[in-house]
Write a protein that binds this ligand. Sequence first.
Ligand code: NAD
Ligand code: GLY
Length: 357
Amino acid sequence: MHRVDVASAQGDYAVLVGEGLLDRLPSILADEGLAAPSVVVSNETVGPLYGRRLAAALACPPPLELADGEEYKRWPAVETTCSHWLGRGVHRSSSVLAVGGGVVTDTVGFAAAVYQRGIRWLAVPTSLLAMVDAAVGGKTGVNLEQGKNLVGAFWPPRLVAVDVGTLATLEERELRAGLVELVKAAWIGDHDLLALVPRRVARYADLSPAGWCAAVVGAVRVKAEVVAADEREAGRRKALNLGHTLGHALEAATGYTHLLHGEAVAWGTVAVARLAAQRGLLSQAAAARLEGVLRSLGPLPGIDGVSPERVLDHLARDKKLDDQGVAWVLPTDDGVVLDQRVGAEEARRVLLELQTG
Ligand code: NAD
Ligand code: GLY
């Protein structure tokens, strides 16, 4: 089992990564000095696969199984979760366990942040994207009609337990979407990790469990370093938004149904690679490498039919908007540069460039 410690002003915590961890979770919690959770929350897909089994092993009641989908990462899910906890007698000294992808960990983490002004939570991320990114770092929240993650809190979990074996049931498209966030972590903090990014992976079995562990651990180490330096995104943490500015706008402009989060980030990253190269911030060779590794993951759903006006509209309402406009992250040959201003016309031009191939 691998261990990455994450420093947090709200209490340091460990990210444990291995294969077969789920079956050992009760003893792992005991070894970590953590009380068993009172309640498990999952969703209607992951609950039957893993959540119910974990709840039984932890002597918890059957899990709350939320509706599955980004479109349900909204206030009603938070209310359902908090009401469920109240009904189960969850109190301020209790802890709760989230089992699922990033939608579940973001929603449950946020519910834990606001339930009785904050209770402890533990995360068992089961999608690759949640393992390498969403469950680590303490950002929690839900979407509003107007955009992604517009309501949230910094509320880190007390433990993240990653069992890479759960990736065996994840759909290929979701696996690829998770790999995009792995590429992001590699570009930001550890270019050697790019060599670990598996290309054209179709199934969990295409890579060894040790290979998956190494990839997840590498990405988590990068995220842990970034979050330790800047937990509340005053500076360095903004790097983790590489590809996300246009990515979020594309997701919102297509109603969260056409593109998975990782796919939208892939398009957003290709766009910023081109912008950075056009501005002379990124060499043509590095731009080709970044775009090449993303394209080698497999096909992305097209964005030809997406209205540029809608995308620009969402960009104009980005969370990172300040008096000078939206702050973008652009890639450089050895990392990223923060707080770059990209005007509407420049954004429109690069979007049209992507749309026309
Ligand atoms: P998701 O939670 O929707 O999971 C993707 C799909 O895979 C879902 O249908 C889910 O039920 C299913 N699934 C998950 N694990 C499975 C398994 N082992 N076997 C079979 N099916 C499984 O999406 P995601 O890609 O995990 O996460 C995306 C979300 O994470 C977005 O809302 C995004 O904003 C958020 N996010 C948050 C952070 C953060 O720092 N908090 C970082 C990145 C992304
Ligand atoms: N995924 C962005 C962050 O954690 O800051």
